[in-house]
Design a protein around this ligand. Structure first.
Ligand code: PMP
Ligand code: GLN
Length: 375
């Protein structure tokens, strides 16, 4: 009788709860623990006393829509129309859920790359559509041959997540060429591009779908101010889509949330004039490097990390346990919480890998790695 019989409580909730029960340092669920930029918190306090407490327009506070268009222009040199091509959402989760629910029909197939973040499958299933998981290569690059083989007449959409949670991998120019080539062969297939970590890349620059003219007429691009401005609890993000898709998406959005938290929208809108968006990548790059240096003498083997604020590590040298048991023991015996990578796979593939979130102040990183180096 359940509509989602195989869906359980998300691993992020499970691990954060366990971390708090055991008073462990929480490097599991992805959220920063350092202070939010004071200019943002001061804006919120000031706004609390202003007339910003009623519904905004359904698609978003108008000045925010204009500033998102300006951000996309300055970041990727793409012109988008604020009134018809942008929707402010209660985080990327709601953007993705709303878009999938608005577009998918029963028996449609949606290609998801495995391992993948957990929020895509439920709205696909609730639409009575079918998720088709295609494994990434061992180095987490997409295998365009197997992806193409998974396409069928029923394929409605492919979902990409770039930079990628949990692996920290980013797509390169040739990935996009392959994707464009494939989609040219399938003119009716849509693309959902989850780019919530678009501003968190390191050595290589992020390639956004915004900068791929061949994809724009069928792409839904999703971003999150929660990630970009270190305010995950605000639950504010946006999606960009061509008008014909946006019309459908707004039909659902208006009945799911109608409009998003007004104070946060105004605050983000004002903050966009103050913030240097290009400093976010270098800021997290320093954290990544510090975290990796601190773990250098541990028995964990660190995987490459090109973007996001997640570091994947192998514990194969340490234990034979499955990754869920290992993460539980990491909490109870060593006081550090991480995420088991098997939970990102359709079939729970256990490669003895776990994910740490390094979006933490230096003290937290030092204390956590001190514990991890004892293992
Ligand atoms: N997509 C990915 C890849 C994520 O990692 C997350 C969240 N953390 C989301 C979507 C959801 O973002 P939000 O918190 O803005 O809903
Ligand atoms: N995206 C966050 C992560 O990967 C989790 C957000 C959530 O718990 N919904 O850790």
């Amino acid at each position: 009788m359940s509509k989602l019989p195989n869906v359980t409580t998300s691993i992020f909730t499970v691990m954060s709860k366990m971390a708090s029960e055991h008073n462990a340092i929480n490097l599991s669920q992805g959220f920063p623990n350092f202070p939010v930029d004071e200019r943002l918190t001061e804006t919120v306090s000031r706004l609390a006393k202003e007339e910003v407490h009623q519904y905004t327009p359904m698609s978003g506070y108008t000045p925010l829509l204009v500033k998102i268009a300006a951000l996309v222009k300055s970041s990727y040199n793409r012109n988008i129309l604020p009134e018809t091509e942008i929707l402010v959402t209660a985080g990327a989760t709601q953007a993705i859920f709303t878009a999938l629910l608005a577009i998918l029909k029963p028996n449609d197939e949606v290609i998801i790359l495995d391992p993948s973040y957990d929020c895509y499958e439920a709205p696909i299933l609730l639409s009575q559509a079918k998720p088709i998981r295609v494994a990434l290569n061992d180095d987490y690059t997409p295998n365009w041959t197997t992806i193409e083989k998974a396409f069928s007449q029923k394929t409605k959409m492919i979902i990409i997540n770039n930079p990628h949670n949990p692996t920290g991998k980013i797509l390169n120019e040739s990935d996009f060429e392959n994707l464009e080539f494939l989609l040219e062969k399938y003119p009716n297939v849509l693309l959902l591009s989850d780019e919530v970590y678009e501003y968190i890349t390191f050595e290589q620059k992020h390639i956004s779908t915004h900068s791929r003219p061949k994809l724009l007429d069928r792409c839904i691009m999703v971003s999150s101010f929660g990630k970009t401005f270190h305010v995950t609890g605000w639950k504010i993000g946006y999606l960009v889509a061509p008008d014909y898709l946006m019309k459908e998406i707004k039909k659902v959005h208006q009945f799911l949330v109608f409009s998003v938290n007004s104070i946060c929208q105004v605050a983000v809108s004002e903050y966009l004039d103050l913030v240097s968006i290009n400093k976010i990548g270098p800021f997290y790059r320093e954290k990544r490097d510090y975290f990796r240096t601190l773990l250098k003498n541990s028995r964990f083997k660190l995987m490459p990390c090109e973007g996001t604020y997640f570091q994947v590590a192998s514990y194969a040298n340490i234990s034979n346990e499955n990754d869920i048991d290992f993460c539980k023991r990491l909490i109870t015996e060593y006081g550090v919480a991480a995420i088991p990578i098997s939970t990102f796979y359709e079939n729970g593939k256990d490669l003895k890998l776990i994910r740490f979130c390094f979006a933490k102040d230096n003290h937290t990183l030092e204390e956590a790695t001190k514990r991890l180096c004892k293992i």
